[in-house]
Write a protein that binds this ligand. Structure first.
Ligand SMILES: NC(=O)C1=CN([C@@H]2O[C@H](COP(=O)(O)OP(=O)(O)OC[C@H]3O[C@@H](n4cnc5c(N)ncnc54)[C@H](O)[C@@H]3O)[C@@H](O)[C@H]2O)C=CC1
Ligand SMILES: C[C@H](O)[C@@H]1OC(=O)[C@H](O)[C@@H]1O
Length: 253
């Protein structure tokens, strides 16, 4: 039980990677609070799974783009779990769109959810960890897209590069408090975020062909790397970036 006694918060955890990670952390002994956007049924079923594992669980609705959401999420989590040891800043959107006619609203919303939202969450969780005085771990769900581009992701990839940079700077700012900050860089993981994009069978086959391990990722593939970075096994790991992509990034030819 690598996370026994730890209080873990995960944003955007009603579905996809966040949900798998939240339940996976509970499986490794953590009590878990989840933030979610709109999917109350998904959030409630995730909490039910966490509780079925014998752990505490609580779900808090809120749009991460609103700074107030971060304050209320941390407050409810502290009330329900007694404190915060780990934050997984995971909530994100990727509305695929061409660059030349990118709507201003799509650009701004993607920035606000993915980057501003993570900034507010990381800041609020870090302040709570500093108040507790016991250190902590912060993990941002960045992406392989922090390192490489995407034709229909010109609004999205900068947010993922921004998250990687945020973890590097907060690792420096928070090291003195014993708070570790790291970025996970998933490759292509099969979730709602890319369901429409990968419905194009030609694109899906091409993406699969680029992966040395021979398959696209599943949300469960993100659990082990998250648990590791959240756990004391990673006690000397901060400011790091961990690719979880089946080898896609290094596969030039
Ligand atoms: N699926 C993939 O291939 C990859 C995903 N990622 C990142 O992983 C994270 C999770 O994505 P997936 O699980 O794939 O997608 P998903 O669409 O299945 O899940 C996204 C989650 O974020 C929540 N969310 C969206 N907007 C929100 C908001 N404004 N406030 C609160 N919650 C909100 C959704 O409710 C949902 O629970 C995202 O940050 C994404 O950028 C990174 C690399 C690859
Ligand atoms: C949503 C995309 O399929 C996914 O998002 C990322 O961050 C990956 O790089 C993939 O492009």
């Amino acid at each position: 039980m690598l996370l026994e006694g730890k209080r873990v918060l995960v944003t955007g955890a009603s579905a996809g990677i966040g949900r798998a990670v939240a339940i996976g952390c509970a499986r490794h002994g953590a009590d878990v609070a989840i933030n979610y956007g709109r999917d109350t049924a998904g959030a409630e079923s995730a909490v039910a799974e966490i509780k079925a594992l014998g752990r505490k669980g609580v779900a808090v609705q809120g749009d991460v783009a609103d700074p107030e959401t971060a304050r209320s999420f941390i407050a409810v989590a502290v009330d329900a779990l007694g404190g915060v040891d780990v934050l997984v800043s995971n909530a994100g959107i990727c509305p695929f769109h061409a660059f030349l006619d990118m709507p201003v609203e799509t650009f701004e919303r993607t920035m606000r959810v993915n980057l501003h939202g993570a900034y507010f969450m990381v800041q609020a969780a870090a302040n709570q960890m500093v108040r507790q005085g016991q250190g902590g771990a912060i993990i941002a769900m960045s992406s392989i897209s922090a390192l490489v581009g995407g034709e229909y992701q010109t609004h999205y990839t900068p947010t993922k590069a921004g998250l990687l940079s945020l973890m590097q700077s907060t690792a420096i700012a928070l090291g003195k408090h014993g708070i570790r900050c790291n970025a996970l860089l998933p490759g292509t993981i099969l979730t709602e975020i890319n369901k429409d994009d990968l419905a194009d069978q030609t694109k899906r086959t091409y993406m699969e062909s680029r992966i040395p391990l021979g398959r696209l990722g599943q949300p469960e593939d993100m659990v082990g790397p998250t648990v590791f970075l959240a756990s004391d096994l990673a006690q000397y790991v901060t400011g790091a970036a961990l690719l979880v992509d089946g080898g896609a990034f290094v596969n030039l030819q």
